[in-house]
Write a protein that binds this ligand. Structure first.
Ligand SMILES: NC(=O)C1=CN([C@@H]2O[C@H](COP(=O)(O)OP(=O)(O)OC[C@H]3O[C@@H](n4cnc5c(N)ncnc54)[C@H](O)[C@@H]3O)[C@@H](O)[C@H]2O)C=CC1
Ligand SMILES: O=C(O)C1=N[C@H](C(=O)O)C[C@H](O)C1
Length: 228
């Protein structure tokens, strides 16, 4: 049985991770940590992580930095689900991988890696196509490209040498819709990943956490799970 602590436990995704950990036989909830603590959660200062095998984070970039400060001197593995890090924060994350196994994923939905690979393959097969990466998320998410869109557009730009158009939308409580549209004049090819529930992100993160326990220190990504 793997003991998983959840950082950002009262958030939309953190709640789903905690719920999943009460249902699965492979893992159990060790400590649930939130910004100010509640009846069922601890503050970071109250958490001691003894009895924790791996931490799953879905919080904010600044909060992740405080988590890493708190974990200094331990080699506890961490799954980072949070997106939107600054360049300096990203550098800190990468340096942290010298001290622990750290897996960073912008999108833990099962099928996302295959979706990204398909988008890259199609962009190579249709070099004449204009490419747009689109996203729809909840209304209160910052109106800027998500981690998912940044990753997809950077990989598509690298492989095609083209500028990639972005279409950013915010609607209601949308869990996440990612599209890649290739327009090659005689036709339009559209790939869409429509996440129905945030439980999908929680499931992918728990699967990654189970995989990460026992790995050597270093930086990992969701595609490493597929390779092993
Ligand atoms: N990698 C992936 O597959 C996914 C990533 N995300 C990312 O995960 C992050 C969280 O997303 P949501 O759950 O939708 O946001 P949310 O706003 O619902 O939850 C964030 C939580 O972090 C907590 N938090 C803030 N400061 C904290 C601190 N110092 N200590 C502990 N907890 C703290 C907040 O109280 C809040 O409950 C975002 O960056 C989002 O983009 C979201 C969905 C999937
Ligand atoms: O905030 C969200 O909800 C999500 N954010 C992630 C991101 O920034 O890439 C992706 C996920 O699909 C949902």
């Amino acid at each position: 049985m793997t003991h998983i602590s959840v950082f950002g436990a009262t958030g939309k995704v953190g709640r789903e991770v905690c719920a999943l950990l009460t249902e699965t036989d492979q893992a159990t909830l060790a400590e649930a940590i939130s910004a100010s603590g509640t009846d069922t959660t601890l503050t970071l200062a109250e958490a001691d992580f003894t009895g924790t095998d791996v931490v799953i984070d879905f919080s904010t970039p600044d909060a992740v930095m405080t988590l890493l400060d708190h974990l200094q001197g331990t080699s506890l593995p961490v799954i980072i689900g949070t997106t939107g890090f600054s360049a300096a924060q990203t550098a800190r994350l990468h340096a942290e991988a010298d001290h622990r196994a750290l897996l960073i994923g912008a999108n833990f939905t099962k099928g996302f890696e295959a979706f990204a690979a398909a988008a890259l393959a199609l962009s190579k097969a249709l070099p004449e196509a204009a490419i747009t990466v689109g996203e729809v998320y909840k209304a209160d998410k910052k109106m800027a490209a998500s981690g998912t869109t940044k990753r997809l557009s950077a990989e598509l730009a690298e492989i095609t040498g083209k500028e990639i158009d972005l279409d950013i939308q915010r609607i209601g409580d949308t869990a996440g819709i990612t599209t890649v549209v290739l327009d090659y004049k005689i036709a339009t090819l559209r790939l869409e990943l429509n996440v129905r529930t945030r439980a999908a992100y929680a499931a992918g993160a728990v699967e990654a956490a189970l995989w990460l326990v026992g790995r050597a220190n270093g930086l990992y990504a969701p595609k490493d799970l597929l390779a092993s």
